[in-house]
Unconditional design. Sequence first.
Length: 233
Amino acid sequence: MEAIKIEHGCVKMVAHRGAGKRWVENSLPAFRNAAQCSYWGIETDIHVTADGKYILIHDDETDRVTGEHYVVEKTDFETLRNLHLLGLEGDDARLPTLQEYIEICKSGNKYAVLELKNRMEEYNIAEIVEEINALGWLDRTVFISFSLTNMKRLEQLLPNHPKQFLYMKPERFALLADHPMSIDVDCRILTREMVDAIHSKGFEVNTWTVNTPEKAAEMIAMGVDYITTDILE
């Protein structure tokens, strides 16, 4: 599917799951293609496997994208790597590793926007941070998560490093009173008041998943800093 081009001014555009309506989501080809486009960053999702390694996939289970049923966090890394993403062939059909993703972001000079899926142990987060740092891309990585615990652990490990708290329920906005930080919010619930409140504290606003020019224009008018999208560019 071709990209829908929009005028986004200085708003940073993030390819959601590697622009998952243009290419097979969270796949090596999606990351490579997004890296050749005008996106500011490429977003993906990372899980901990049963044997303490790391794999990139959005869902907690593999059925939707591979046609085979495995619970990601109860399955070992090798088994997951031997699955094949639907619609792809050969090595490109493998679930990507963190290193593969970061190397592609580096090749296209794109920011990595990495979602820590589910709550992780502190040592898992530390290992992810260490691997990205070893690859020389930590300064160009933004961490996002629905887990406030993950966000707190990241703040302990990387004070003042870019991170965004994900949420899709309006009541979770109240958590920011005690834990002020940048946010990454479902565009269906985002309001100008939320944007203004976050900006007043010196933090940034990302919004997802914005897939029409009309919704993008609405978000831009609110003053968001980032738009996360499957198809816009």
